[in-house]
Write a protein that binds this ligand. Structure first.
Ligand SMILES: Nc1ncnc2c1ncn2[C@@H]1O[C@H](COP(=O)(O)OP(=O)(O)O)[C@@H](O)[C@H]1O
Ligand SMILES: [Mg+2]
Length: 328
C-alpha cells in the first residue's frame, strides 16, 4: 500500500451542532431558530422530539415537521435519522440526544438489562454490546446529508465552597456535564452552552469566527455566520455580531440615566451594546451593580456571564468592522 498525501480541502458542507443547557435555557427554541436560519429557501426541517411534544409548542414561530420518539434506544434514533434523510429534510434537529443515554431504552438501561441477564451481573461486558449501538447512532449523525443539530441536557453538580467574604461554607453549582457518553461533544463542529438568560457561550468550535463567542438569543444571525463558514471557497465569515436590538422608548430613555451613562462611557460600550444590555437588565440598580462589579454571584453560570459580559462591553469580541454596522 502506498501512502500519498493530498492537498487538504474543506469538503464538509453540513453542520454538526450541539446545544447544551439546563431545562428552560433555550435548547429547543435556539435549535429551531438556528435550523430555520440554516435551511435553504424552500427547504424543510425535521425535528426528532423525545420531550413529549415540547418542540411543537413553537410551531407558531417556526415551520418544521416533527416525529415523536417514545423509545430512546440508540437504534431508534438511527431509524429516525434515516427516515428524515429518506424524506429529503435539509436540517434535522434531535431534541434531545440525552434521552438516548439515560431515558427509557437508552444506552444506560440497555447495559443494565444485559448485565442483569448475565451470570456475572457485571455491566462491564454489557458495554461490548451497547457501545456498537451507540457508535452507530453517532455515525448516523456524522454521515447525514442534512445539517444536524442536537440538544443535550446538562446535569448539575454541587461542591461545598467557602465564601471568603463571609467565611461561611455553602454549596456551589459546578460541573454541568452534558448527559451523554463522555466525550460526545468531540463529535460536533460547534458546541454551545445555553444559560438561564437564553444566551449561548460557544465552548468549542471549528468555525473560528465564533471562537468563545457569547451570543444573546442565538438564531438567524448565528446561522448566517455558520452558513458562510460551511460554504467553501467564499470569503472568510464575518465576525459574530450582536443581534440588532429592538428599540423601545423606555429603553432609549434609560440610555440617558446619568450613572448608567457614565459607567457605559467608562467601559467604552458602543450604542448597540448599551441598548442590548439595558434590555437584558430591566432594573437600573441591578445593572449599575453589575457594571460596578459589585454583584455577589450565586452560581458559576452567572459568574461566566459576568466575565464574558464584561469582556464584551470592553468590545473584545463582536464589534462590527468599519462599514459593517448592524442595520438599526
Ligand atoms: N434563542 C432564543 N431567542 C429568544 N428566546 C429564547 C431563545 N431561547 C430560549 N428562549 C426563550 O426561552 C424559553 C424556553 O426555551 P426552550 O428552548 O423551550 O428551553 P429548553 O429546551 O432548554 O428547555 C422559550 O420559550 C423562549 O421564550
Ligand atoms: Mg426543550
Amino acid at each position: 500500500m502506498s501512502f500519498t498525501f493530498s492537498k487538504a480541502t474543506k469538503k464538509q458542507s453540513r453542520l454538526r451542532f450541539d446545544i447544551e443547557g439546563p431545562p428552560g435555557s433555550g435548547k429547543t427554541y435556539s435549535g429551531l431558530a438556528i435550523a430555520t436560519g440554516l435551511c435553504p429557501p424552500g427547504g424543510k426541517i425535521a425535528v426528532i422530539d423525545t420531550e413529549r411534544g415540547s418542540a411543537s409548542k413553537y410551531a407558531g414561530q417556526f415551520t418544521f415537521d416533527v416525529l415523536e420518539l417514545d423509545n430512546f434506544a440508540p437504534a431508534k434514533y438511527v431509524e429516525a435519522i434515516a427516515a428524515a434523510e429518506a424524506a429529503g429534510y435539509d436540517v434535522i434537529l434531535i431534541d434531545s440526544l440525552s434521552h438516548a443515554w439515560n431515558a427509557k431504552g437508552g444506552a444506560l438501561e440497555m447495559a443494565d438489562k444485559i448485565a442483569k441477564r448475565s451470570s456475572s451481573g457485571n455491566s462491564f461486558n454489557a458495554w461490548k454490546d451497547v457501545t456498537p449501538e451507540q457508535n452507530k447512532m453517532v455515525d448516523a449523525i456524522l454521515q447525514s446529508r442534512a445539517h444536524v443539530i442536537v440538544t443535550m441536557r446538562v446535569k448539575t453538580d454541587y461542591v461545598l465552597e467557602k465564601d471568603e467574604r463571609t467565611g461561611k461554607t455553602a454549596p456551589k453549582k459546578v460541573g454541568l456535564a452534558a448527559v451523554q457518553r463522555e466525550g460526545m461533544d468531540y463529535e460536533f463542529d460547534v458546541v454551545g452552552r445555553m444559560d438561564h438568560t437564553h444566551s449561548m457561550t460557544i465552548t468549542k468550535t471549528r468555525c473560528s469566527a465564533i471562537t468563545d463567542a457569547f451570543i444573546e438569543q442565538p438564531g438567524e444571525q448565528l446561522a448566517k455566520v455558520l452558513r458562510d463558514w460551511l460554504t467553501d471557497g467564499v470569503a472568510e465569515p464575518e465576525p459574530m455580531r450582536m443581534p440588532a436590538p429592538v428599540k423601545v422608548d423606555a429603553v432609549q430613555a434609560r440610555l440617558e440615566h446619568p450613572r448608567l451613562k457614565m459607567l457605559f462611557d467608562q467601559l467604552g460600550a458602543p450604542p448597540a451594546k448599551r441598548l442590548a444590555t439595558l434590555e437584558r437588565y430591566p432594573d437600573n440598580d441591578k445593572l449599575i451593580q453589575i457594571l460596578e462589579g459589585k454583584v455577589k454571584e450565586e452560581d458559576l453560570a452567572k459568574e461566566k456571564i459576568k466575565g464574558v459580559f464584561a469582556k464584551q462591553l470592553a468590545g473584545v469580541h463582536d464589534e462590527p468592522a468599519p462599514g459593517q454596522e448592524a442595520p438599526q
